[in-house]
Design a protein around this ligand. Structure first.
Ligand code: SD4
Length: 321
């Protein structure tokens, strides 16, 4: 017997879960629930890694990535490197519903958003300015690949590409304690699935960098004939493996959600044993699971669940593999 509706999201962002749940309860669609739930984190600047005022790039600017997917129609809207607009997932939904396109990026995505009536605001705060200044003054790590350009005397930003090409090795650019994208899956009573993400991405990135979060199949995926999935972590690595798509395809083949998430994490781990990341997924019976890659400092991954078994969102934790 199906335990629906279901809201599940990455990290212990319980206000986002509660917002999605109440949106469903007041008659909203799965898309409304994903949009309002993720937008709650954009407003609250969850962990400093969703919404404005976090993850400044090399020049100090905060830019946002977000996507939303309708698993009934397979419609997707996404924005990458969105400047000056706080409600990134709202803009993603506008891309989906008001254009024939899927993905808008950068300054021109912001122009679209302004045309759609989203207010242009400065995304810089004292917090993001502080992170930027601290990076410049004491712990700045240049964005060159250290396996390609190991000269420690190179300065931090603006990035000057080194033209020497060498063998690619693993890297770890992500601060695991301040890098928590919201990814959410919502399944209503009728088994309709929607999924979405919102994030300010990686700290001190090269301006223009877009992560995995807005990419369909990487950051999130939804298919109402199967279920949904969402990912968080080092997007520069994770986007290469489409972990959300893989988890959904595993469930399509009959695999249980927890095993499906483990398979998606395991695939990445084969190539990048020390990548930081986690995946959540759920099928249309309301069964769900999560998995994460065990690395020093990250052995358990918390996520939030709301379903009819409880009248408040429950925090659950999975042990990393
Ligand atoms: C990114 N995936 O931009 C995002 C960041 C994240 O938990 O998920 N952090 O790479």
């Amino acid at each position: 017997s199906a335990v629906l509706p279901l809201v599940i999201n990455t990290w212990p962002f319980q206000d986002a879960t509660a917002k999605a749940w109440s949106t469903l309860g007041s008659g909203g669609s799965t898309l409304d629930a994903v949009e309002k739930g993720c937008a709650q984190c954009e407003i609250q600047q969850c962990d400093g890694s969703v919404g404005y005022g976090g993850s400044p790039d090399e020049t100090g600017e905060t830019t946002l990535d977000a996507m939303i997917m309708n698993g009934d129609t397979m419609d997707v809207g996404a924005v990458g490197c969105l400047r000056r607009i706080k409600n990134a997932i709202g803009v993603a939904r506008a891309v989906m519903e008001r254009t024939k396109h899927t993905f808008l990026v950068g300054e021109l995505a912001s122009a679209f958003a302004e045309n759609m009536g989203f207010p242009a605001e400065d995304l810089t705060t004292n917090n993001s300015l502080g992170i930027f200044t601290k990076w410049l003054t004491d712990n700045c790590q240049p964005n060159y690949r250290q396996d390609v350009s190991p000269d420690p005397s190179e300065s931090c930003g603006p990035y000057k590409p080194n033209t020497t090409l060498q063998q690619i090795k693993g890297h770890q650019l992500i601060n695991i304690h301040a890098h928590d994208t919201i990814g959410m899956i919502v399944i209503n009573q009728a088994g309709q699935v929607a999924a979405g993400t919102s994030t300010n991405g990686a700290r001190h990135k090269v301006p223009g960098r877009v992560g995995d979060s807005p990419i369909p199949g990487a950051g999130a995926y939804a298919d109402s004939t199967v279920g949904g999935a969402a990912a968080t972590g080092d997007g520069d690595i994770m986007m290469r493996f489409l972990p959300s798509y893989l988890a959904v395809e595993q469930m399509r083949a009959g695999v249980d959600p927890s095993t499906a998430c483990k398979t998606a994490i395991g695939r990445i781990k084969q190539h990048f044993p020390y990548f930081f990341g986690a995946v959540i997924c759920a099928n249309t019976t309301g069964s769900y699971g999560a998995a994460c890659n065990k690395i020093p400092g990250f052995s358990k991954f918390p996520f939030m669940v709301s379903n009819p078994k409880s009248n408040v969102p429950i925090k659950e934790t999975v042990d990393c593999i």
